[in-house]
Write a protein that binds this ligand. Structure first.
Ligand code: SAM
Length: 250
């Protein structure tokens, strides 16, 4: 079924008029015609069936059915604290971990992060990652889109995580460290874990002090095997392992 992200605000009436990216996708990519059917999703877990009424030069009119809430995804709620990675690697990480069902991605600047996001560029970079996440959600059939956090310094992100963290057994947090004598992530993950936070380092890896800070914030050190994985590989493997262990790939 053809799918399209349309913000919930446009679902209020039995007819929705879309322009901009949504219209261009319908008109130019899907080459939509009157009578064609598709599914809209609002990025917050709701879907609605739609029929194309008219495709005009700058806009498309859709007739909407009754909205429904998509079935919640199985597996733990996954949060990825991702150290900024160079170039397109970050885009790739956002796309692949969205496909794998991550619920939230928080870009963090670690000491050895080569890639930096100056404050004035942060809103545009975040908007770009949000667009990539929406497109990945559209392609993989998700009705929700992961939240992309404001890029933050690692210490601030850990402080925020500590402030947010509820003291319940169902939450587990891991700092992925290739130097770790820690347990392999596979062994450290319990099937009944309801929420997993994964902290992945930059190209140059974490400093010992950063690993200690994560541990003092309640993160366990975990390994992904004897080989040094690239940042983007480590992010995808860690998310896939957490999904596998908690039933999110069933
Ligand atoms: N510091 C390393 C080096 O250059 O020698 C490489 C860091 S690695 C490219 C980037 C990040 O991926 C690490 O900070 C860590 O979070 C994760 N990572 C890569 N391989 C790993 C492994 N075998 N076990 C645990 N984490 C790993």
């Amino acid at each position: 079924m053809r799918r399209l992200f349309v913000p919930a605000e446009l679902w209020r009436e039995p007819r929705a008029v879309v322009d901009g990216d949504a219209h261009r996708h319908l008109a130019r990519v899907l080459r939509a015609r009157a009578g064609d059917t598709l599914t809209l999703f609002d990025g917050r877990g709701r879907e609605v069936d739609a029929v194309v009424v008219a495709v005009e030069r700058e806009r498309t009119t859709l007739a909407l059915g009754a909205p429904r809430t998509a079935a919640p995804a199985a597996g733990a709620r996954l949060v990825l604290l991702q150290s900024l990675a160079r170039g397109e690697r970050m885009d790739w990480i956002v796309q692949k971990t969205t496909e794998l069902g991550v619920a939230e991605i928080i870009p963090v600047a670690a000491e050895r992060s080569v890639a930096r996001v100056p404050a004035r560029e942060a809103p545009a970079r975040r908007a770009r990652w949000e667009k990539i996440a929406r497109e990945a959600a559209r392609q993989c059939g998700r009705a929700d889109v992961p939240t992309i956090g404001e890029p933050a310094a690692l210490a601030a992100a850990l402080q925020h995580w500590r402030d947010e963290k509820r003291e319940d057994a169902g939450v587990a947090a891991f700092v992925l460290w290739e130097g770790s004598q820690g347990r392999p992530l596979r062994a450290a993950l319990a099937a009944d874990t309801r929420a997993v936070t994964l902290l992945v380092g930059p190209e140059g890896g974490f400093t010992d002090a950063e690993v200690a800070l994560a541990q003092s914030s309640g993160f366990q050190v975990a390994g992904l095997g004897p080989r040094i994985l690239r940042v983007e590989t480590a992010a995808v493997v860690a998310v896939a392992l957490a999904q596998f262990a908690t039933g999110g790939l069933d």
